[in-house]
Design a protein around this ligand. Structure first.
Ligand code: GLV
Length: 327
């Protein structure tokens, strides 16, 4: 009997992809340029499963055009690029890759916040341009991290890991806002206090945004919210482009409504709003918060574990709609 066919639509570690070969006929995509939607649909004909990343879009039109598809496994934790209800309606299993990237992503969020507050890239560019002529008392004087108030918008696994770093490592009072408040037993080890969103914006010295993207979090931080922030505050976004209104952020930075921003994600990435590129007080990175070799390997392994289990009668470890396997 021929093996089911799967597509690995992301260029990833070949030894991890090789784990699929005993179970499936495996087709791969061998460049980092994401497949166009048309090409993805074409290559999914006859495929029972697909390994994707956050750069691939799975919507109702794709599902309708790919009737053999039974499993969609993303190596990302975020899945705003996948229409999960549409998948469930067609009994297509969807999995994501939570947990394995939590600590790595929190490390990066913290690093980006620190680079932003301490003006690390701005000062490096100044030095590289040969503009450093003498030491000065106020040269690139930024804001302290230790003892400053950390604001976490979105207290999921990554938000909690950032709060823990701030609380235990840097003695930061931690405020957070989340749709649902954590039980007191989970707040206590993080030293975290729930507040309304506006209060978080008003009181945070360093705001880190870690909320998943959905229609309800679109432009959750826009002109009105930015106007509430302290002029000395920083904003770091490691969540998704679209949670912050980038154009409004650039205007607020230019107007001195906040001191600086650290951004790993952008609306319409890989395009970056030109007004942000023109701001010197912004640290910009190309969506790399989970990018360590160990963690990207772990994410890839987890997507493969899910794909194998979903199509061989097993239990996918991190399914988002496990109910489809019961029907
Ligand atoms: C990265 O942004 C992810 O969702 O894993």
């Amino acid at each position: 009997m021929s093996k089911p066919q799967v597509l690995v639509a992301v260029k990833t570690f070949s030894d991890v992809v090789d784990r699929l070969r005993p179970h499936f006929d495996v087709e791969t995509h061998d460049t980092d340029q994401p497949l166009s939607q048309e090409e993805l649909i074409r290559r999914l004909q006859g495929k029972a499963g697909v390994y994707i990343s956050g750069s691939n879009k799975i919507d109702a039109a794709l599902l309708a055009a790919c009737p053999d598809l039974r499993a969609i496994c993303t190596m990302a934790v975020g899945y705003n690029n996948i229409d999960v209800p549409a998948c469930t309606a067609r009994s297509v299993l969807v999995s994501n890759a939570p947990d394995v990237l939590t600590e790595t992503t929190a490390d990066f969020g913290f690093a980006l916040m620190m680079a932003t507050a301490r003006r690390i890239t701005e000062s490096e560019q100044f030095l590289r341009r040969g503009e450093w002529k003498h030491w000065s008392v106020t040269l690139f004087a930024g804001a302290d991290i230790h003892g400053a108030t950390l604001g976490v918008l979105g207290m999921g696994r990554i938000g909690a890991a950032i709060a823990r770093r701030g609380h235990l490592g840097f003695g930061m009072p931690v405020l957070y806002h989340n749709r649902s408040r954590l039980p007191a037993a989970q707040e206590a080890p993080l030293g975290a206090q729930w507040v309304e969103k506006d209060e978080l914006l008003r009181r945070a010295d360093h705001l880190v945004i870690v909320v998943p993207y959905s229609p309800s979090s679109h432009h959750m931080v826009a002109e009105r919210e930015l106007a509430l922030m302290k002029p000395t505050a920083t904003l770091t976004n490691i969540a998704r482009g679209g949670v912050v209104d980038d154009a409004a952020l650039a205007r607020a930075l230019q107007a001195g409504q906040l001191a600086a921003a650290g951004l790993d994600v952008f609306e319409g990435e890989p395009q970056v709003h030109p007004a942000l590129l023109a701001c010197s007080n912004v640290v910009l990175t190309p969506h790399i918060a989970s990018a360590t070799v160990a963690t990207r390997r772990a994410m890839s392994h987890l997507a493969v574990d899910n794909l194998i289990a979903a199509l061989t009668g097993g239990t996918p470890p991190t399914a988002l709609n496990p109910e489809v396997l019961k029907s």
